[in-house]
Design a protein. Sequence first.
Length: 123
Amino acid sequence: MGPKLRTLVENDLINDLRHYGVTKLNLKFDWSESCIEGHNTTYLDGQLENYSGISVFDTDEKIIADGWMEFIHRGQFFLAYWEFVTIWDKDKQVFEKKEPGIPEHILRKIPDEIKTEIERRVG
């Protein structure tokens, strides 16, 4: 993953965390324990796969979230989101998204023609 693609993915994942109540700034990603899960694409300056084992920390090195990312890439449209995510506050789990699939708040960001294609593929 090149620096442009990594920045885009991390920004998308941070924006998605806001939906789950995370409002902290200056979050840091740790990809060191991530594993590829088979869905891949090439975009901007690199290749990307849907990774599990991603951790996000605040400036005090406290875990904020961890999980598995997914993405949608069709032509020039790209959007990364959390497929599964656990949200932490002071080392205490406060939320867990355990169900796979595209959340409603992400579906609203997808252009209709891409939504139709995704629904045909899934359904």
